[in-house]
Design a protein around this ligand. Structure first.
Ligand SMILES: Nc1ncnc2c1ncn2[C@@H]1O[C@H](COP(=O)(O)OP(=O)(O)O)[C@@H](O)[C@H]1O
Ligand SMILES: [Mg+2]
Length: 291
């Protein structure tokens, strides 16, 4: 939140009391999360903490058992990702969901016709041309370079290039909020860095960013706020400049409780004394393979 005083403006995007259970698994067990205008909110937590489930509810990919989503203060029932898209909210999921046999351009525009249907349908051809023009402009503005836009199937690109395509697809359409689940997991250090810088450029265009990441040094450098999720609950919600990496790790593993949030089971119950998948520093980040 840069133009407004904190606490004064309505968040652009909010989940309240979100719950998702899978049988006896309480994947998300009552989480409130608010995203301010032009704010980067990082979500961190151990594997299985509920991060992906949370963002899938926020983007309409799955339906919450309980709770509500608000966009600019208004409650919306998101029946699917297109409902979120039509409000300027885009998500990149952990599983990329690109169609490998289609080329980059086709992947970038996948599902768009539905969103641009309605009033634009009679002008189909013009609308598509306009859409492509706008998309290329936005990619340029964000300095996203995508190789071989036309004709080359996505399957022939490298992992990093595929990741750029998936990220670009989310970014190019997001006007209000872009939600990124582990966008740097498949990337090398330099590419990961480029993605993070990109998130800042997006924020600077006024689009808010919700990003799940294991790379804590990046999170601390990049985010305005950090939400720690543990055992399906919010363990802490802090300004990034208020928190150190050590404290963040303590909150992730549960050896320190955040202020004012529901207590989660103690660390001992998990039988773990380290955080799998959390990169503790730049050297660890360099080793990041699968994420
Ligand atoms: N579709 C599903 N069916 C059953 N269990 C699920 C499903 N999705 C997630 N879970 C479970 O919910 C918990 C939270 O998962 P997830 O949100 O993917 O965690 P994270 O992204 O933090 O690693 C895990 O125990 C996971 O196994
Ligand atoms: Mg996940």
């Amino acid at each position: 939140m840069r133009d407004q005083e904190p606490g004064v403006s309505t968040p652009i995007f909010e989940g309240r009391g979100l719950v998702k259970h899978y049988g006896s698994i309480h994947a998300v067990d009552g989480i409130d999360i608010a995203v301010g205008h032009g704010e980067i909110v990082a979500i961190v937590g151990d594997n299985g903490a509920g991060k992906s489930t949370l963002i899938k509810m926020l983007s309409g990919a799955i339906q919450p058992d309980r709770g509500e989503i608000r966009v600019e203060g208004v409650v919306h029932k998101l029946k699917g990702p297109n409902d979120a898209r039509s409000m300027g909210i885009e998500a990149l999921y952990q599983d990329l969901a690109l169609l490998p046999n289609l080329d980059v351009t086709t992947n970038l525009f996948l599902g768009r016709e539905e969103v641009c249907g309605g009033v634009l349908r009679p002008f189909g051809f013009m609308a598509r041309r306009r859409m492509r023009h706008d998309a290329v402009e936005r990619l340029d503005a964000l300095q996203i370079r995508i190789p071989r836009l036309w004709g080359t199937p996505v399957s022939s690109l490298s992992g990093g290039q595929r990741q750029s395509v998936a990220i670009a697809r989310a970014l190019v359409w997001a006007s209000k909020v872009v939600i990124l689940d582990e966008p740097t997991a498949a990337l090398g250090v330099a590419q990961a860095r480029a993605v993070l810088e990109l998130s800042q450029r997006i924020r600077d265009t006024g689009t808010s960013v919700v990003i799940i990441s294991h790379i804590l040094p990046h999170v601390l450098e990049l985010a305005d706020r950090v939400v720690v999720v543990r055992h399906g609950r919010k363990a802490a919600d802090l300004a990034a400049h208020e928190v150190t990496q050590d404290r963040l790790i303590a909150l992730i593993v549960g050896s320190e409780e955040g202020d004012g949030y529901a207590a989660a089971p103690a660390l001992g119950e998990q039988g773990e004394d380290e955080v799998p998948g959390v990169a503790f520093g730049r050297a660890a980040a360099a080793d990041l393979g699968e994420g």
